[in-house]
Design a protein around this ligand. Structure first.
Ligand code: TXA
Ligand code: MG
Length: 328
């Protein structure tokens, strides 16, 4: 059931729902989350059940501010302090050592925990109202079935869960891909999942270079290859390959969708490929990417051909999601 997230009465109702240990979907600036209070293992268990997600995959805990985050941490490292001061509220998740009594189920049994303070006004109002009811933090993975494309509108969420799930509608998510995840437990920060903060921005705020991911890097479920997959088969190609592939296939082929920035669309005709032009800015592509993939799926195509985004660190997050969507 949809509630207008900008209505204060909906925020109160949502916060009551969380305080009672029940599920609530809510908007963040990145994607919609499926939330439950992080300080109740039973409440958190219902997230795993609703998503069909294995219980050893850790969830991100959402908090209203740094002080709320520090309660979950055994040690709030100087690195976490610098990064969260620079980017919170915003699309950054920090991994820190977990305070043992806090968020065990949310952390999927790990001794670390992922913490994020979202910037979306509806999420902020909700987290503050929940905190006022004694909710220490809200565990929330993206509000999609396990392995599917993350939702960036309330309608996407509604389509994947039973009709009685409460969904706060905050409009389309302005960032559109999930937060950057930075492991802050070591001396140097490690980027576990790229998002819309660039490596350069993270390094500038950290005051040091990012370290490479070691083999013992913690498990990030988003890094399973088949993550973010639409139902159709996705192929990533450079502009030249895409042109050739289109010529080989012929313009009348049905069941194909194309998302390209440099190849001019084939002349519109009935039965030809569905065509979307990729915008020239990474921010714009990130914002629309998951809804474009869902739209293609909804039209029943079997193939989605995507042109590789241009080079440049600002495209890292988009490139990462496209590579995952394309791997099978
Ligand atoms: O933008 C976002 O981060 C969205 C919104 C809702 O905040 N959330 C999100 O959650 O993307 P989810 O569960 O779909 O992805 C969370 C990722 C997973 O890949 C998980 O493995 C990783 O965060 N993660 C969470 N806690 C972790 C931990 N303690 N150590 C390593 N990775 C962790
Ligand atoms: Mg997810």
């Amino acid at each position: 059931m949809l509630l207008n997230g900008f209505d204060p009465a909906s925020i109160e109702r949502g916060a009551d729902q969380l305080a009672a240990g029940r599920l609530l979907a809510f908007p963040t600036e990145t994607v919609y989350g499926l939330g439950a209070r992080a300080d109740s293992d039973d409440a958190v268990a219902s997230i795993y059940r609703a998503k069909g997600r294995p219980a050893d995959h850790p969830l991100i805990v959402h908090v209203a501010d740094q002080a709320g985050a520090a309660r979950f941490a055994a040690r709030w490292s100087p690195l976490a302090e610098r990064l969260t001061t620079a980017f919170w509220p915003g699309p950054l998740t920090v991994i820190v050592d977990r305070s043992p009594p806090m968020g065990a189920a949310a952390a999927g049994g790990q001794d670390s925990i992922g913490l994020r303070c979202p910037a979306h006004p509806v999420a902020r109002a909700l987290l503050q109202a929940a905190a006022a009811r004694g909710v220490a933090g809200v565990a929330a993975p993206s509000a999609n079935q396990f392995g599917r494309v993350s939702p960036t509108t309330a309608a996407h969420v509604e389509g994947e869960f039973p009709a009685d799930l409460l969904v706060l509608d905050g409009g389309p998510c302005p960032v559109g891909i999930e937060s950057s995840i930075v492991d802050c437990r070591g001396e140097l920060p490690v980027l576990l999942r790229p998002g819309m903060l660039t490596r350069r921005q993270i390094e500038a705020a950290a005051g040091c270079a990012l370290a490479d991911r070691g083999d013992d890097a913690p498990r990030v479920s988003g890094s399973l290859d088949s993550h973010y997959a639409p139902r159709a088969r996705v192929r990533l190609m450079d502009g030249g390959q895409l042109k050739t592939a289109l010529q080989v296939l012929g313009p009348g082929f049905q069941g194909l969708a194309v998302y390209s920035h440099s190849v001019p669309p084939l002349p519109a005709r009935s039965g030809g490929p569905i065509w979307r032009t990729m915008p020239p800015q990474a921010e714009l592509v990130a914002r629309e990417l998951f809804s474009v993939l869902r739209e293609f799926d909804a039209k029943g195509v079997q193939l989605i051909w995507v042109e590789q985004p241009p080079p440049g660190v600002e495209w890292d997050g988009v490139r990462d999601r496209l590579q995952r969507a394309a791997s099978d």
